[in-house]
Design a protein around this ligand. Structure first.
Ligand SMILES: [Cu+2]
Length: 389
């Protein structure tokens, strides 16, 4: 037998066993005290808010017979966060032709670029005849594009006009820990009606994004994200490729059932049936127009909350020039024609317009190129066109 069994035989062993039990009891008491203190004031309010929200979402999901999440009967997060969005909460409906990801102009205060974001519930058209109820920054999906230069100091003032607490995480950026936006860990969530200010200096360059980090499985899946692009400082641009045109591609899935919008998740009853690039499903996606011979920089951003998308571009291979914002060393860039973009990832590609015509960029999970299972004008969902003239 092993050593521990030999130790507990005999009187001496019982003494040692008794001491061991005492130590175990002491350890359990300490652990319980630590648990108790962990839910006391420092993180108590966020935890309490999340619990009450989870319960109300759960009630909502369970009271709605259309909710597959409720039907799944499992008590995990998808059930708590997976309920539909009440369309009555939408204070604004964007015109069907509205475009997301619009450049956000900062004001400049003492050399600091100041951006304002407001999160709210909106009606948003992903197709002319399909409207979702989205969580959105500045009334658009994706949220506006924040674009700065490497070395800039930025201040982002976030106003929460949602019915739920929220926060903003700066995905991939090196920021001070207390500005990382991880609600419940580095800050208390921003409560409805409250405003929170983030301010930091950006030392990196490349393709980044921002997104909700409070109930992110629900809030980001409903549209709370946007591109954060940092152009290299003039003296740092040598390791970045030249390009003539640019296409930012932000991916998202949607679950729309009986006119209700649910956060898409890889979970029972919440599987998506619509797929968007920059907030629109093909053929409502906006084509990019380039000239013959142009070098097109494509910034693929995995803003999707639950699914990976192998993005394929017709018309010849592209070169991967940056991964997750970091430049690929000259000579090391792989040539590919399909690249899997997992949630959170970014890839910068250079695609050369070798021939005139309409070239497809689309996800190669082919269900993701349909709209509720159907094709229109040769595709759907995560499809857009590169038009070479
Ligand atoms: Cu896909």
């Amino acid at each position: 037998m092993d050593g521990s069994r030999r130790w507990i035989s005999g009187v001496g062993g019982q003494l040692i066993l008794g001491a061991g039990v005492s130590v175990l009891v002491v350890l359990l008491v300490v652990a319980a005290l630590r648990l108790t203190s962990a839910s006391s004031p420092a993180v108590g309010p966020p935890a309490a808010a999340a619990t009450s929200e989870e319960m109300s979402s759960m009630d909502e999901a369970m009271s709605n017979p259309a909710s597959g999440a409720a039907g799944s009967g499992s008590a995990h997060g998808a059930m708590a966060h997976g309920g539909p969005v009440d369309p009555g909460l939408a204070a604004f409906t964007a015109p069907a032709a509205a475009v997301g990801g619009a450049p956000l102009d900062p004001t400049v205060e003492n050399g600091v670029k100041v951006f304002s974001l407001e999160a709210s519930v909106i009606g948003w058209s992903i197709l002319p005849d399909v409207q979702v109820t989205a969580y959105a920054f500045n009334r658009q999906v994706p949220g506006p594009q924040i674009r700065i230069q490497q070395g800039d100091r930025v201040r982002v003032v976030v106003t929460n006009s949602l019915p739920d607490p929220t926060s903003v995480h700066w995905h991939g950026l090196e920021v001070p820990n207390e500005l990382d936006g991880a609600a419940g860990v580095t800050q208390a969530p921003i409560e409805p009606g409250d405003t929170y200010t983030y301010e930091f200096t950006v030392r990196q360059a490349g393709t980044f994004f921002y997104h909700s980090h409070q109930q992110a499985d629900r809030q980001q899946a409903l549209g709370l994200y946007g591109a954060f692009i940092v152009d290299p400082a003039p003296d740092m641009a040598t390791d970045r490729p030249d390009y003539d045109s640019e296409l930012v591609v932000q991916l998202q899935e949607w679950t729309v059932k009986n006119g209700d919008t649910y956060p898409a998740m890889p979970a029972d009853g919440l599987l998506p049936n619509y797929f968007t690039i920059n907030g629109k499903a093909y053929p409502a996606t906006e084509p990019v127009r380039v000239r013959l011979g142009d070098r097109l920089l494509v910034r693929l951003i995995g803003t999707s909350a639950g699914f990976a998308h192998p993005i394929h571009i017709h018309g010849g291979p592209f070169e991967i020039v940056a991964t997750d914002g970091n430049p690929v060393p000259t000579g090391a860039g792989l040539l590919k024609d399909t690249i899997d973009v997992a949630p959170g990832e970014r890839y910068d590609l250079i695609w050369v317009a070798r021939q005139p015509g309409a070239w497809l960029l689309h996800c190669h999970v082919l269900h993701h190129t349909t709209n509720n299972g159907a094709e229109t004008q040769g595709g759907g969902g995560m499809t857009t066109l590169i038009e070479v003239q």
